[in-house]
Design a protein around this ligand. Structure first.
Ligand SMILES: CC(C)(COP(=O)(O)OP(=O)(O)OC[C@H]1O[C@@H](n2cnc3c(N)ncnc32)[C@H](O)[C@@H]1OP(=O)(O)O)[C@@H](O)C(=O)NCCC(=O)NCCS
Length: 200
């Protein structure tokens, strides 16, 4: 009895959708197995960002920057939300352990969070690249989604970094993550590139 080859044995390539090799591979019969995107924010308008933060602070939630002493709570939140991240070849899930959570606060990394009655319910981690501040990941506890909490924590991170002189921000995610796209658009990110993962 013969079986189709498992897909992990097939060559998989991730290319920008406007890369000429993408059209060549598709014409040759390659299959799109995942889509992803990158977005940029280069004009920071503090007024609307502060309003996004106020939408949740007005409900009694606390939004602010976290310190390394809170790394264990970040790990706890990420352990709870890890299954909810889309897991694609170009957008692997964050895979934190205690050392990884502690590292988020080193080498220029900044971490912001939202607390509800003391419990950490959202986190966004940002790393400083040579040309921009890039979001490593953002997550909101399942009980608190769809109420502007993710948007608020990202808005708070952009406000704090912009106040420190950062002018270019980058983020990205899986093509099918509508909540992530919605959150980033609300903060002012514009999608600047799209990527296809092709199996041939
Ligand atoms: C992605 C995530 C952080 C968004 O957080 P959130 O607090 O639920 O998002 P918000 O409530 O701020 O919503 C942001 C926008 O996206 C839209 N949105 C939210 N959830 C959505 C969903 N499930 N489907 C479609 N759009 C959605 C909302 O309409 C909202 O826009 P609006 O404020 O103009 O109405 C959250 O869903 C999450 O933790 N997901 C699991 C982890 C993950 O995928 N992280 C992103 C990859 S790094």
């Amino acid at each position: 009895m013969s079986h189709p080859l498992p897909s992990c044995d097939m060559p998989v390539t991730t290319l920008r959708d406007d890369d000429p090799r993408t059209a060549e591979l598709l014409a040759g019969g390659a299959r799109v197995v995942a889509e992803s995107w990158g977005a940029r924010l280069e004009v920071v308008d503090p007024g609307p960002l502060r309003a996004l933060v106020r939408r949740v602070t007005d409900r009694g939630l606390v939004v602010g920057e976290l310190t390394a002493s809170e790394a264990a709570e970040v790990l706890d939140l990420e352990t709870a939300t890890r299954p909810d991240y889309p897991d694609g070849p170009a957008t692997p899930r964050p895979d934190l352990d205690a050392a990884g959570a502690a590292r988020l606060f080193t080498d220029g990394g900044r971490v912001f969070g939202v607390r509800d009655d003391g419990l950490l319910v959202a986190v966004t981690a940002v790393e400083q690249l040579p040309d921009r501040a890039e979001t490593a990941f953002t997550s909101v506890r399942a009980t608190h989604r769809g109420r502007g909490v993710g948007t608020a924590v990202k808005a708070a991170s952009v406000l704090a970094l912009a106040a420190d002189g950062v002018r270019r921000f980058g983020t990205g995610g899986a093509g099918d993550n509508a909540a992530s796209l919605g959150m980033n658009r609300a903060v002012g990110y514009r999608v600047t590139e799209r990527w296809l993962t092709l199996e041939s």
